[in-house]
Design a protein around this ligand. Sequence first.
Ligand SMILES: C[S@@+](CC[C@H](N)C(=O)[O-])C[C@H]1O[C@@H](n2cnc3c(N)ncnc32)[C@H](O)[C@@H]1O
Length: 384
Amino acid sequence: MSTKSETPFKSPFGSYQLDRYPKTTDKSLRAWSAADLYLLDYLDQTGIKDFGALWIVNDTFGALGVALNRFKPWSYSDSFISHEALKRNFSKNTLETSKVKFVKSTKKLDEKKIDTLVMKIPKNLSLLEDQLQRLGPKLEDSTLIVAACMAKHMHKSTIALFEKYVGPTETSLAKKKARLLFCDADPAIYEKSIRTWPKEIPSFEGGPIMVNHANVFSREKFDIGTRFFIDNLGVQTDSESVLDLGCGNGVLGTYYAMQNPKAKVSFFDESYMAIQSARETFQKNARGKHASFLVGSRLSKLGSELGEFDKILCNPPFHNQFEVGTDTAESMFRDARKSLRKGGQLRVVGNNHLAYHLRLRKLFGNVERVAKNKKFSVSVSMKA
Ligand SMILES: C[S@@+](CC[C@H](N)C(=O)[O-])C[C@H]1O[C@@H](n2cnc3c(N)ncnc32)[C@H](O)[C@@H]1O
């Protein structure tokens, strides 16, 4: 029986095989959405043969990049995993990845103009705001700007951000529950705009000041789950190597380093903005100390780059853009186990209803719930 993931992605720019990355256990999930197809149909119907300098923003699994590969696009994203998905889907369709220019969301952009801007609108409106502010100086009144998302995610506030930072904006009718947004860049608008992010946010009395870039977890205020974890971090005083896995703004690892100056702390996340935030948070609060910062999709693939850890701290993600689930958390636990030394510990916080302790017991053969309140628990497993 064929599954949705084996169905070819049929676009007006060609038919391709696409995979999600990382692979999911839910076979009903595809590597593209109706919004991708609506966008590509629109671009085809413009009749334009050459899109010039074409920038694709927030391409989740590379569907847009693969379909538009002949135009040698730029791929601008905050996600290492999305960039990796695009590379893998290029290889799967025997396309040369050298055709794409990969641009990290944190890169300082020059003012070379974009002829065509194609964007998947992110759920996080702070990220959208930051991206529009950063891209503004690269747009001119002749730039073709088309953005897309599922209709239920196109809010008045989404349109207002385009109006505020780029120019007059209109939207299409919904098609297969997706909608398009068209915008005319007005250089007079972005010339006046000042960057909103990063923001410095206090954590708690005596805790680190967090430097939050636009796409980090809990960017406007300190998260209560993180707070509960901080109260139950089990800080040691001897020298140990500690990893903040899925570090976000790095508040956990930074606080650990502040409490145990002998600890050697590393930070890992798949978001470029998270790693940038962690670096700035650490520098602000643990001045003079050394730490490692790495962006990637699979911790275990980094191998000797980081060495083995005595302790890994993890507040795993439950939301990924528009989807929810524990697949990512489970793969982070498996990776963590591989990256611990014998006798090393993985310490995890989670909502009680997610019952991470059961998953950890299955994986490690042992688990201890060291703290629990009405909402969260902290569990510790040791690598035998
Ligand atoms: C719930 S947040 C926790 C952030 C921070 N540690 C805290 O407690 O405030 C989860 C983090 O995991 C990151 N993440 C998601 N998938 C990941 C992956 N495959 N590998 C590494 N980090 C990932 C997200 O970018 C996010 O920063």
